[in-house]
Design a protein around this ligand. Structure first.
Ligand SMILES: Nc1ncnc2c1ncn2[C@@H]1O[C@H](COP(=O)(O)OP(=O)(O)OP(=O)(O)O)[C@@H](O)[C@H]1O
Ligand SMILES: [Mg+2]
Length: 231
């Protein structure tokens, strides 16, 4: 990934950003200003409903491309305005691992899930298979080959989802509550993996309820306050 060269250059810039989901008269996020540097490891915290998931969606363009609503201010990802830039282009820069990994899987087997993402990014079958094998080895999940995704443990599933997200070599990785439902050991494993990826230059933004984990791993924390304003 070699991101060190660009360290301290802004990866995401959020200016006077507010968002209201269509059909909801309350702001999900209100007047957010946040600069996220390349190479950052940022933790998002805040009570339920404070907008952690929505902020992750806004960083990668899921808001406003998939979730419509009233969008104020601006969000830029690697200098690209997320409203103006097609999601196909934004998804090459930022990858997101959704909170509910189960519903995000497209394939039956782990190796196919990783290959699937790479093929979507235009890799040949052979190249995709080679890259998938490399990433599975890096994540120490090569032994999951041929096992049904639905038969895996929560921690294993999360690693497969992470591997599939990382395989396409994004510059930013967004994770929504990656430690949820995992046992203490699997939580640590996931965060150790994130630490390693971050040390390789990947920008990481993670929403997490477990303050202890955030405190230990994230270099910086952003605490969301519930938006009280509605109109
Ligand atoms: N699809 C949606 N349509 C309408 N309103 C939504 C939608 N998703 C979220 N909201 C609203 O936006 C606000 C922020 O929600 P969000 O899910 O981003 O918070 P969160 O901090 O991730 O919460 P949690 O900790 O429960 O995951 C809430 O008031 C929520 O009701
Ligand atoms: Mg959430």
């Amino acid at each position: 990934m070699g991101g060190y060269l660009y360290k301290n250059i802004l990866m995401i810039k959020i200016e006077n950003f507010s968002f209201k989901y269509k059909g909801n008269d309350k702001f999900a996020l209100h007047n957010i200003n946040l600069d996220i540097e390349n190479g950052a490891f940022l933790g998002l915290s805040g009570v339920s409903g404070s907008g952690k998931t929505s902020l992750l969606y806004a960083c990668c363009g899921v808001i406003p491309h998939f979730y419509k609503g009233d969008f104020y201010g601006s969000v830029t990802l690697a200098g690209k305005d997320t409203v103006e830039t097609p999601i196909s282009e934004l998804s090459k820069i930022a990858a997101i691992v959704f909170e509910d990994v189960d519903s995000s899987f497209a394939c039956t087997y782990p190796e196919d899930e990783i290959v699937f993402g790479l093929r979507n990014f235009g890799k040949s079958k052979q190249e995709a298979e080679e890259n998938a094998a490399e990433i599975m080895s890096l994540f120490e999940i090569s032994d999951l080959r041929g096992k049904l995704i639905r038969s895996l443990s929560g921690g294993q599933k999360r690693k497969v989802a992470l591997a599939a997200a990382i395989a396409v070599k994004p510059q930013v990785l967004l994770l929504d509550e990656p430690s949820g439902e995992l046992d203490p050991e699997a939580k640590i494993q996931v965060f150790e993996l994130l630490k390693k990826l971050n040390e390789d230059g990947l920008t990481i933004i993670v929403s997490e309820r477990n303050d202890k984990l955030l405190h230990e791993y994230a270099a910086r924390q952003y605490i969301l306050k519930t938006a009280e304003i509605s109109e």
